[in-house]
Design a protein around this ligand. Structure first.
Ligand code: ZN
Ligand code: ZN
Length: 331
C-alpha cells in the first residue's frame, strides 16, 4: 500500500446535494472547521495523557462459524471493529487488526490491546461496512488481507472507490446517505449520516463522505455509529429506524473538547445519543485501543458511568465491552 495516497487531490464527482458542494462533502449546519490553524493550535497546546504500553485483557474468543435466523450475535473486536452475525451472514465493521494505524506500517498510533478475535479464527466474512476513510477505520493492511482471504462485499462512502481500487481493491460499493443495499434476502444495510469528516492525506479533506450504518434485520435495527460528534442526526435516524435493538456508539477520542466536540462524542454525548436513538441497548466503541487524543485510556469507561447516572440510564443498558465481549440478541 503506497503512502503516495497522502497527496491525493481528487475525489467524488457527482451532483450537488445538501451535503456535497460539488467538490467537498459538508455536514449541514455543523460549524466545525478543521482548519490547519486549529490543528496547529491543538498540536502546540496538547496535554496528552500517558497511556500504558499494554493492558491486560481477557483471552481472545473464537466466534461461531455461523449464526442462524433466531439471533444476532455481536462480538466487539477492538476500536470500531465489530463482528455482526445473523442469518448465516458474517459482517465486519471498520476492521482493524494491524499493530499500528497510519499511512505507513511502522509509524502511527500503536495498539495497546490485542484484537478480541485472532484474525485466523474469523469465520467466513461476507461483508465489510466501512464508515469513513480515517486510518483507524479503513486500515488498508487489514482490508487487503480480508479481501484476499474472504472476498467480502465492501460497502464504503461515496468518494472512496477510486483510491481503494488503485490500492488493489476493485468493486467497492459506494454509498450516499440514506441509500440502502441488500446484504441477503433478509438483511439490508442503510448508510446513514454522522457528524464527522474525512481525509487520509494533506489535500483530500472531505473529498469523500463519512457516515454510519443501520443494519436492518426483520424490522429491527443494529446501528453502527462510526465516528461522530453529538448532533441532530441521531434523532433523524431514530425516526427512520424506530426499533433499534442495539447501537454501537463511540465513547473515546474526545479531548480537548474545544477541538474534538464537533467530530467525536464524549461519554456524556454518547448517552444523549443512546437516548435520541431510543436504542434498547448500546455498546461503547472507539476507545482503549489506539491513543488518538488527549484523555486517559481508562477515562471513557469512568465518565460513561457518571453520565449514565446523571441521565438515570441503567448501567446494563449501555455496555462498556472488552475486546472479545460477546452480545447475543434474540430475534
Ligand atoms: Zn474519523
Ligand atoms: Zn476514529
Amino acid at each position: 500500500m503506497s503512502f503516495l495516497g497522502i497527496f491525493r487531490r481528487t475525489g467524488y464527482q457527482g451532483p450537488v446535494s445538501d451535503h456535497f458542494d460539488g467538490e467537498r462533502f459538508i455536514m449541514p449546519g455543523n460549524p466545525f472547521d478543521k482548519s490547519r490553524e486549529a490543528v496547529l493550535k491543538w498540536m502546540l497546546t496538547r496535554e496528552k495523557s500517558r497511556w500504558p504500553a499494554r493492558v491486560d485483557q481477557p483471552p481472545q474468543v473464537r466466534p461461531e462459524r455461523t449464526v442462524g435466523a433466531d439471533r444476532v450475535v455481536v462480538t466487539f473486536v477492538n476500536h470500531a471493529t465489530l463482528l455482526v452475525q445473523t442469518h448465516g451472514l458474517n459482517i465486519l465493521t471498520d476492521p482493524v487488526w494491524s499493530e499500528r494505524i497510519g499511512p505507513v506500517s511502522f509509524a502511527g498510533p500503536k495498539r495497546i490491546v490485542q484484537p478480541g478475535i485472532r484474525y485466523e479464527d474469523l469465520p467466513p466474512i461476507h461483508a465489510l461496512l466501512l464508515s469513513h476513510n480515517h486510518y483507524d477505520h479503513i486500515d488498508m493492511e487489514t482490508v487487503l488481507r480480508l479481501f484476499r482471504d474472504h472476498k467480502p462485499r465492501i460497502l464504503a462512502p461515496l468518494g472512496d472507490g477510486d483510491w481503494m481500487r488503485e490500492a488493489g481493491i476493485p468493486g467497492i460499493e459506494e454509498m450516499d446517505w440514506w441509500q440502502t443495499l441488500p446484504l441477503s434476502a433478509d438483511i439490508t444495510a442503510t448508510f446513514t449520516p454522522s457528524q464527522h469528516w474525512s481525509a487520509r492525506g494533506l489535500f483530500d479533506r472531505c473529498l469523500s463522505l463519512w457516515g454510519s450504518f443501520a443494519i436492518n434485520v426483520k424490522g429491527q435495527t443494529f446501528y453502527f455509529a462510526g465516528d461522530t460528534g453529538y448532533g441532530p442526526h441521531f434523532k433523524t435516524i431514530a425516526e427512520r429506524f424506530p426499533r433499534i435493538r442495539s447501537a454501537f456508539i463511540p465513547i473515546g477520542a474526545y479531548e480537548p473538547r474545544w477541538f474534538m466536540r464537533y467530530q467525536h462524542n464524549n461519554p456524556d454525548d454518547a448517552v444523549l445519543a443512546h437516548q435520541d436513538l431510543r436504542a434498547e441497548h448500546s455498546i461503547g466503541i472507539h476507545f482503549g485501543c489506539f491513543q488518538l487524543t488527549d484523555e486517559a485510556w481508562d477515562a471513557p469507561a469512568r465518565e460513561l458511568k457518571l453520565a449514565l447516572e446523571k441521565y438515570a440510564v441503567p448501567a446494563a443498558d449501555f455496555a462498556v465491552p472488552q475486546p472479545g465481549s460477546v452480545f447475543s440478541y434474540k430475534l
